[in-house]
Structure formats: structure tokens, C-alpha cells
Design a protein around this ligand. Structure first.
Ligand SMILES: O=P(O)(O)OC[C@H]1O[C@](O)(COP(=O)(O)O)[C@@H](O)[C@@H]1O
Ligand SMILES: [Mg+2]
Ligand SMILES: [Mg+2]
Length: 289
């Protein structure tokens, strides 16, 4: 299946090709560098390397006017103005779950293609998705039309599911953050959910959300007592994953409403992230009221 917009198709093809190289290049890049990203987190060698590769290739695409990533402070302008509608802006999390590189657990690459200048509302996304570096490399791609899943071999995408939708009967949940740091309202909700669903938490958002897409359920990285804005970044993580889950028939929420309608103040804004089956996110919002 191809994407109807040629610029979006080029972005997706470039990420497909690069993801295979990123996966292969993880060997030998498992250490930290002596730098922090704009969110104040230690960067791994692989974070910086994957970001440089994606920046170089995505900014070279005609019709991409801006590139931004979790690993660099500023938006990079590269021709065309997304605010004027004559180019797209691409935002990436080059390696999601990169602290898992040490223990050799799942990671991936997240991308969002926005039809507006960054930082932008998630409602302006025209496509978003992720490549998951699990035992098999897969891509989940959401567009206006549908959510598709692909297996990746040598940079080529092979369609395995055309209309990914959340199963109606939820099975799994995964909640981030230390329990003592959860606000009381969220903990009450979590205590209910753990009576109903099975815990699956691996420490890489996309791997955990991929389980929710596969089995149905809920993933959350909530606002914390010590950090009410949570951990995950709106432009690079919250919006793309909210877009994927909503297109797949689920809901996303920052605690009060869809992640996609949050107005960003700054490029590296964080947000509480809750995604999953509609009924579970409705209950979450009721609990946090
Ligand atoms: O280690 P914690 O607190 O469980 O945090 C895990 C969360 O942090 C992240 O790793 C943050 O993403 P990055 O690895 O891209 O910084 C998410 O993928 C994951 O959901
Ligand atoms: Mg991430
Ligand atoms: Mg990252």
C-alpha cells in the first residue's frame, strides 16, 4: 500500500530505509555521550547518530520545510514554509526507549508529519507512525485513511495488516513512573485497572503502545507529583502516538481531552500521555476530574 501524498511517501520511504540502518548500527553505539538533550536527559551514542542520519536525509526531501527532533534544541528550516502550507514539518524521536539499549530491550523510531510549523497541534498531523525494533522490525503507519502495519526487510515495507484497529476487549496495561510519585487520583484508577487487565511494561513507549494496539488496553505515562507535566514530549511522542491510536479507533488524552488538541507552548514541551481503548480513557478522565 502506498501513501497518496508523494512528499509523505518520500518521508515514509526515507524512514523505512534509515530504520534498517539504525537498527544495524546499534551495535557498537550502546554507550552514553557526555551530553544532555534539550529535556536534560543523558544522550546515548545511538540517539545522536540516529538523529544526525535522519536530519541529513529528511531535510534533503523536496517538500519538507522543517525538521525537529527530541535530540536537538531548535527546529531546522530546510526550504518551504509549513505555516503557509507549502511544505510539511517532520518531527522525530530518533530512538524511543533508548535507555533500553543497555539491557537489549525493545526500542524504535517515531515520526510525525505536520501540516504546520513546529511546534504544532497534533490535529495538524497528516501522517504519523513508528518503526519498532523488536524481534522483527515492523512499521505502524497512520494516515488520514487508515492505520497499516508492515514488516521490514532491508528497508522495504511489506504490508501485513491494512486496517489496524484496537481489539474491542482490552487485555493489557502499562503505566510509567514510580508508583509513590503517581497522584492519588491516578493511583485509584491504576488499582482498578490492575484488577481487570494484565501488566505489560517494557520501558519503550512505542513497544508498550504496540501491545495495546495488538491486544487492546491502555498505556499511560501520567503526570507525576514531582513533575505534573509527565515525562513524554508532545511533538515527538504524545502527538504521533495519539494520532496512531485515535486513527486505530482508540482515544488519547492528556488527562482532560485529546492529545491532538493540546496547544504547544514550546518545541520540547512535555505532556501526560494516556492512550488506549475508548472506555478505558473515558474512565481515566473521569478519575482525574
Ligand atoms: O524509564 P521510565 O521512567 O519507565 O520511562 C520510560 C519512558 O521513557 C521513554 O523511554 C522516553 O523516550 P526516550 O527514550 O525517547 O527518551 C519512553 O519510551 C518510555 O515510555
Ligand atoms: Mg521517546
Ligand atoms: Mg528518544
Amino acid at each position: 500500500m502506498t501513501v497518496s501524498d508523494p512528499v509523505v511517501e518520500s518521508v515514509v520511504a526515507t524512514i523505512s530505509r534509515s530504520a534498517t540502518e539504525i537498527r544495524q548500527g546499534l551495535i557498537g553505539r550502546r554507550g552514553a555521550v557526555d551530553e544532555e538533550n534539550p529535556s536534560g536527559e543523558t544522550q546515548m551514542e545511538a540517539d545522536v547518530w540516529a538523529d544526525d542520519m535522519l536530519r541529513e536525509r529528511l531535510t534533503a526531501i523536496d517538500g519538507v520545510g522543517q525538521y525537529a527532533s527530541e535530540e536537538r534544541p531548535e527546529v531546522e528550516d530546510c526550504g518551504g514554509d509549513p505555516a503557509a502550507g507549502d511544505a510539511y514539518a517532520v518531527a522525530v524521536d530518533p530512538l524511543d526507549g533508548s535507555s533500553n539499549i543497555k539491557s537489549n530491550n525493545a526500542m524504535g523510531t517515531i515520526f510525525g508529519v505536520y501540516d504546520d510549523a513546529l511546534p504544532a497541534r497534533g490535529e495538524t498531523l497528516v501522517a504519523a507512525g513508528y518503526v519498532l525494533y523488536g524481534p522483527i522490525t515492523t512499521m505502524v503507519l497512520a494516515t488520514e485513511e487508515t492505520v497499516s502495519e508492515y514488516e521490514m526487510t532491508g528497508g522495504e515495507r511489506q504490508l501485513i495488516e491494512r486496517d489496524v484497529t484496537l481489539p474491542a476487549d482490552p487485555v493489557v496495561y502499562g503505566f510509567g513512573g514510580r508508583v509513590p510519585d503517581w497522584p492519588a487520583d491516578f493511583e485509584t484508577y491504576a488499582r482498578e485497572i490492575e484488577q481487570e487487565l494484565k501488566l505489560r511494561y517494557g520501558g519503550a513507549m512505542i513497544a508498550d503502545v504496540n501491545q495495546v494496539l495488538t491486544y487492546g488496553g491502555v498505556f499511560a505515562y501520567p503526570g507525576l507529583e514531582s513533575r505534573p507535566e509527565g515525562k513524554l514530549r508532545l511533538q515527538f511522542e504524545g502527538n504521533p502516538i495519539g494520532y496512531v491510536v485515535e486513527r486505530a479507533g482508540g482515544r488519547s488524552s492528556d488527562g482532560t481531552g485529546s492529545l491532538l488538541s493540546v496547544d504547544p507552548d514550546a518545541l520540547h514541551d512535555r505532556t501526560p500521555v494516556h492512550v488506549g481503548n475508548e472506555g478505558l480513557i473515558d474512565r481515566l478522565e473521569d478519575a482525574l476530574e
